[in-house]
Design a protein around this ligand. Structure first.
Ligand SMILES: Cc1cc2nc3c(=O)[nH]c(=O)nc-3n(C[C@H](O)[C@H](O)[C@H](O)COP(=O)(O)OP(=O)(O)OC[C@H]3O[C@@H](n4cnc5c(N)ncnc54)[C@H](O)[C@@H]3O)c2cc1C
Length: 480
């Protein structure tokens, strides 16, 4: 790295700061004493909040309580890139794992929710900076396949869904934003951007209005059986519930049933000062989000107050899923994101970054979430959103509501319901293996950008997680 200090000291999340200044919301004090509910939801991220709302919509009389260790949206849900994206780019792998029909059914449900989230915001008068204008995947080097690979484009064509991804020339890509690095790519209309913390806080507001009880500052320390019910212990009291939903994201890594379910990494973002004139200069006047074709990709989008937010390019790895300061403030990784913006748009030299932050990601071996029911049958988990949770948690809320209500329907039969596919290695093996993979991917990207070959070692070590997923897909195909 040639110069230090492009990104500010990390820790302040722009999205949460902006959303709380816009609407702090009514207080939701911690749980005290003994409380009863029909359904207890652990975790006030998107997964927990969509589930709470879906349950109340289907059974308005149900007593639903959300227990949140910090504030609603304080986890990954209020800290992410805000890409509300379909999974068409990942369709070959999804169909490999679940079979063509079921894979397509799941991918179709995700794509529909891009519109669904926008509709929900409009219905509830929520200004969450939601813009359904699509996502542009670009190649920024001749060695890159791009965010949407040829295999996905061919499969979509074969399925009669060619219009879901439009291949573009370099010149066509540069019409969206004039980067000298854009060589070509693809436009995905089923994509939107949102201010994620405004969405999370909006879900909180609507849930409260619909009678959901929310206890913030309430960490669940233990879950016990109490006859046919469940007892959740917190520092201030207990909550007894008939049914429980575990939606506490990356933090579930510390809970025994999920110790091999996913690895926890942290992604980091930076945001510029407002630069509306410079955005106009580079011709980025729409709200189309952009992702490049590196192995550890950069994702960047505009904000409604004229900034650019960019994340990715590297990641921090957390030992044994322990989520400490490294998950939200890693100066080295934030600096990589900041440098990424200047690499893509050298014309922006001289602009300032105001915020840098990170958040934890629960990454499964299949790169897909899982929805599992634990014995004796009244505890349901929805975890492992693997860095693509904006749309998947919305579908996940419908799935979890069906599992809680015992409904046999299109949601409870989704192929992501079950034990989860594959397992991550146990600690202390996992940490060095995941670190090695992140190193291989990041340093391989850097080498190629300097015109050097990625090299066999980096290719093998960095490609190991994908190779494992391909093996799972082949095994899945045999098992079906
Ligand atoms: C930097 C970054 C960028 C990302 N970009 C995108 C993107 O552009 N598009 C996309 O689709 N996805 C993106 N993601 C992923 C996305 O944010 C997540 O998949 C999604 O928010 C997961 O939601 P969740 O509800 O499962 O988890 P979380 O939002 O993490 O919620 C879990 C909640 O549980 C609470 N909790 C934990 N333990 C306990 C306990 N014991 N008791 C009570 N509460 C507890 C936590 O405080 C937290 O609020 C990104 C993630 C990061 C970090």
């Amino acid at each position: 790295m040639s110069r230090a200090g492009l990104a500010p000291p990390p820790g302040r999340c722009f999205w949460l700061e902006e959303a709380l200044a816009h609407d702090p919301g009514e207080p939701c004090p911690p749980l005290r004493g003994r409380v009863e509910a029909d359904v207890a939801i652990v975790g006030g991220g998107f997964a927990g909040m969509w589930t709470a709302l879906e349950l109340r919509a289907r059974e308005p009389g149900l007593g639903v309580a959300v227990l949140e260790a910090g504030i609603v949206g304080g986890g990954a849900s209020g800290r992410n890139g805000g890409f509300v994206s379909s999974s068409w780019h990942d369709l070959p792998a999804i169909c490999g794992l679940f079979g063509r029909d079921e894979g397509l059914r799941y991918a179709m449900a995700l794509a529909q929710e891009v519109t669904g989230i926008g509709r929900w915001c409009a219905e509830h008068g929520l200004d969450a900076w939601f813009h359904h204008e699509g996502v542009l995947g670009v190649r920024t080097g001749p060695w890159q396949e791009g965010f949407v690979g040829d295999e996905a484009i061919e499969l979509l064509r074969a399925l009669g869904l060619a219009d879901r991804v439009r291949p573009l020339s370099g010149e066509e890509c540069r019409r969206y934003a004039d980067s000298p690095r854009f060589l070509g790519g693809a436009f995905v209309p089923d994509g939107a951007t949102v201010q994620p913390a405004r969405l999370a806080r909006g879900l909180r507001r609507v849930a409260l209005a619909q009678g959901v009880r929310i206890f913030e500052g309430t960490r669940v320390r233990g879950l016990e059986r109490d006859g046919g019910r469940a007892l959740l212990r917190t520092d201030g009291g207990t909550l007894r519930a008939e049914r429980v939903v575990l939606a506490h994201g990356s933090w579930a890594a510390a809970w025994r049933p999920f110790r091999r379910s996913f690895a926890v990494i942290a992604d980091h973002m930076v945001v510029t000062e407002p630069i509306p004139d410079r955005l106009a200069e580079i011709g980025w006047t729409s709200h189309v989000g952009i992702a490049d074709g590196r192995d550890l990709l950069y994702y960047l989008r505009r904000t409604d107050d004229g900034r650019i937010a960019i994340g990715g390019g590297s990641a921090s790895v957390l030992f044994d899923g322990r989520i400490g300061r490294r998950a939200t403030a890693d100066a080295r990784v934030a600096e990589v994101s900041a440098r990424g913006l200047l690499r893509l748009f050298p014309q922006l030299e001289g602009m300032r970054f105001t915020h840098a932050w990170g958040g934890p990601i629960d990454h499964t071996a299949s790169f897909l979430p899982f929805f599992r029911t634990l014995p004796p049958g009244n505890v349901h988990a929805g975890l492992g959103f693997s860095g693509h949770g904006l749309v998947q948690t919305r579908v996940g809320g419908r799935i979890l509501a069906s599992l809680v209500l015992g409904a046999k329907d299109e949601w409870s039969s989704m192929p992501v319901v079950g034990r989860g596919i594959g397992a991550v290695p146990p600690e202390p093996l996992r940490y060095p293996l995941v670190r090695a993979a992140v190193w291989a991917l990041a340093s391989g990207d850097r080498r190629e950008e300097r015109g050097r070959p990625r090299g066999l070692i980096r290719r093998l070590v960095g490609g190991a997680p994908i190779a494992y997923r391909d093996r799972l897909a082949r095994r899945g195909a045999v098992a079906r």
